[in-house]
Design a protein around this ligand. Structure first.
Ligand SMILES: [Mn+2]
Length: 433
């Protein structure tokens, strides 16, 4: 046992996957895990004992270690009892990590790069060296990659992580198993909290949405509260669910889940000093009256946030338009002057007849054609949107038709234009409030 691989305490799937991967990169190396590993990793190991062998510190003679390979961590204090090897001069240290915080493990050789998961770095090496591995390995590696990148959704995810995921899928990683492995821990404590939430549950109707707010006191740290709120929303079958959890040290944990696009949980939570994304958000408040939080949440749902924003609120107007008879030469000048890529063509009754864009000028072959009216070259199939539609619907149309500007039409009359930047303003929460 000259070569030993180890990783951080509270070992997660990225740490385990990286450790196992190290045994492929360094033949003969054995994995020594800390005593404290995450519950789902513990469950995995108990089933896969024969496939992925791991040892504990007591099982190896410490004097025999010549090379220590550390993965997914760069601080001695986060290792298990194996950290007693620190300072040994007759030993070679190798480090693989994706954490950029400053560490104190000095390695002779290291691969430390910002990446969604450590396993991505190791997969790259595995692929380069063309080292074969089983579908079972691929599945474990993908579990590690998905856990640390939130299935490639965390902002820390890189293109390289996605490439590594593709590589693992090519090597028959099993997504059903990955899904089961990563199912969040849901234990007695969570069950009890969910049960309490459901007992006092109320379904409210707020501005056309179904909402439920539940409050309870909790003591000590509870894992996976967001999972509990997620389940609560599903059971209550509401558009948005909030859990307000008060702690003995006068803190208030607010967790929200939304099931519809129009109710942006991240935007709501940002109003409380927290954050999140459209589907899920949270905030931590100190010394506040929980009653007032309930009121604030309902107010935000009521539309003080972004809940009721419509295309009509976001569109730009008045709109520059041109009559169908305008010569192309003039159109070209106008486009340049206004610095826009296209203009709606509107007749005397305010009805939209077509759209002319810079692209349409490619149809012109001769200079003389610049004297022809715009109606000869404009595109007549115009995608428009109603002002009562949601910004999400506008964005979908823009994507589907690959256009950056949507004329907003009400009773057949052009009343505004929704541009890509109007949509961006909304999605990135830049609305003036
Ligand atoms: Mn990691």
């Amino acid at each position: 046992m000259e070569q030993v691989v180890t990783t951080h305490r509270n070992t997660d799937f990225d740490a385990l996957a990286s450790s196992v991967c190290a045994t492929l990169l360094y033949p003969g190396a054995v994995v020594v895990l800390p005593r404290a590993v995450n519950p789902n990793v513990r469950a995995f190991l108990s089933i896969h004992k024969d496939v992925f062998e791991t040892l504990t510190w007591d099982e190896i003679p410490p004097d025999g270690v010549r090379r220590l390979i550390v993965v997914d961590v760069n601080q001695w204090s986060r290792l298990g009892r194996i950290r007693s090897l620190r300072g040994r001069t007759d030993m070679d240290v190798i480090l693989w990590d994706h954490h950029l915080i400053e560490g104190d493990i000095e390695a002779r050789w290291s691969c430390v790069r910002p990446m969604g998961a450590t396993i991505t770095l190791m997969i790259q090496r595995l692929a380069e060296a063309e080292i074969p591995f089983s579908p079972m390995h691929a599945t474990l590696f993908l579990a590690g990659l998905y856990e640390d990148t939130g299935s490639l959704m965390f902002p820390s995810t890189t293109a390289e992580d996605a490439r590594a995921a593709a590589f693992l899928l090519e090597h028959e990683a099993d997504l059903n198993i990955v899904g089961n492995l990563l199912r969040p821990a849901y234990g007695e404590r969570q069950k009890e909290i969910l049960f309490n939430m459901l007992q006092g549950a109320e379904r409210l109707f707020v501005s056309g949405y179904t909402v439920s707010v539940s409050r309870q006191a909790i003591s000590g740290h509870v894992n996976s509260l967001s999972v509990v709120v997620h389940m609560y929303r599903q059971i209550m079958n509401v558009d948005a669910a909030f859990g307000i959890f008060t702690t003995p040290d006068d803190r208030c944990i607010v967790i929200g889940r939304s099931g519809i696009d129009a109710l942006d949980m991240g935007a709501i939570m940002r109003n409380l000093g927290g954050g999140g994304h459209p589907g899920a958000g949270s905030a931590l408040l100190k010394s506040v009256n929980p009653d007032s939080i309930t009121e604030m949440l309902l107010d935000l749902v009521r539309g003080n946030g972004q809940a009721s924003v419509r295309v009509g609120d976001l569109m730009s107007f008045p709109v520059d338009t041109i009559p169908p008879e305008t010569p192309m030469r003039e159109v070209a000048m106008l486009l340049r002057e206004k610095g826009c890529t296209g203009l709606p063509v509107v007749d005397g009754d305010g009805k939209i007849q077509g759209v002319i864009s810079r692209r349409d000028f490619r149809k012109l072959r001769k200079d003389a054609q610049l004297d022809a009216p715009v109606k000869a070259y404009m595109s007549r199939s115009v995608v428009t949107i109603d002002p009562s539609k949601s910004p999400m619907q506008a964005a979908r149309l823009m994507v589907r038709h690959d256009i950056g500007r949507l004329p907003v039409v009400e009773n057949e009359r052009l009343i505004g234009i929704m541009t890509r930047s109007d949509a961006m303003t909304y999605f990135y929460d830049l609305l003036p409030t």
